[in-house]
Design a protein around this ligand. Structure first.
Ligand SMILES: Nc1nc2c(ncn2[C@@H]2O[C@H](COP(=O)(O)OP(=O)(O)O)[C@@H](O)[C@H]2O)c(=O)[nH]1
Ligand SMILES: [Mg+2]
Length: 246
């Protein structure tokens, strides 16, 4: 099985894109399933095949350990790794070729604690890819763009698998799109627009240069799940990595 993880800041469009992409594979008669790894989610816009909430119950954790909503989410995220075997067994019943794995809204709970990276590194796979989502409503500001690009690098470091960068919700931005794509391509453009002076200039210029020149972002693919723009490009990118091993 080939695993496609979706990561990004809360609300960046992970669940929406999971729905659209898994549907596309289904329509192409591929053997595909979806896995929800977010123990705290209440509604998702697609049919879930394997659900972490069947193994981890947030309400039970709150009651049992006397925790508030935040504490129980942290504990629930830490428990994800302990359910790997059961999740794998359930996935195996479908014998899928492609598995779309929607990750928790709070990316820091998934990527910066040990459970998420453990899950990613140890789940059975012929190939893995991580789709990292840049929310276009956030990254049209240069300083936020740089911050999210650093987050993308940091996720790559934590998960250690090939990564595709996606600019979501392109229908919500207009002229800004061209600027954002320029920043992803050329750090001097980003630096110009940051207009940072003084003591922070040295920091931002080094960060911008390392993030852009290291090709962490490589290509930023603009998408919209409202009109399905960019979806074919994302699928081509996934296929290059997991089907052709590029
Ligand atoms: N306009 C627009 N809204 C989107 C798009 N993708 C997601 N959204 C909205 O953004 C919000 C968060 O999306 P969701 O998929 O739940 O994000 P997640 O927290 O990363 O899983 C929802 O209200 C979605 O309807 C898009 O391409 N265009
Ligand atoms: Mg979600």
């Amino acid at each position: 099985m080939k695993n496609i993880f979706l990561t990004g800041t809360a609300g960046s469009g992970k669940s929406n894109l999971t729905g659209i992409l898994s549907n596309w594979y289904q329509q192409e008669s591929k053997n595909v399933i979806t896995v929800n790894l977010d123990p705290g989610v209440s509604n998702v816009p697609y049919g879930i095949d394997v659900d972490i909430r069947d193994y981890i119950n947030l309400k039970e954790i709150m009651d049992k350990y006397n925790l508030g909503p935040n504490g129980s989410l942290v504990l629930a995220s830490d428990l994800i790794a302990t359910k790997l075997e059961q999740i794998e067994e359930e996935i195996d019943e479908y014998n899928p070729d492609y598995v779309f794995i929607d990750t928790p809204g709070q990316i820091e709970l998934f990527a910066y604690r040990n459970s998420g990276p453990y899950f990613v590194k140890n789940i059975r796979n012929e190939a893995n890819v991580n789709l990292f989502l840049f929310d276009s409503t956030l990254v049209s500001d240069p300083s936020t763009f740089l911050s999210i690009a650093l987050l993308a690098s940091s996720i790559k470091l934590r998960l250690g698998i090939p990564q595709v960068s996606i600019l979501t919700k392109k229908d919500l931005i207009k002229d800004e799109q061209a600027r954002i794509l320029k920043w992803a391509d050329d750090f001097s453009e980003l630096l110009d627009d940051l207009k940072e002076g003084g003591e922070i200039y040295d920091l931002t210029s080094r960060m911008a240069e390392s993030v852009v020149e290291s090709n962490i972002i490589d290509e930023l693919i603009p998408t919209s799940t409202v009109n399905n723009e960019g979806i074919v490009e994302v699928i081509a990118s996934i296929s290059r990595i997991i089907d052709r091993g590029e």
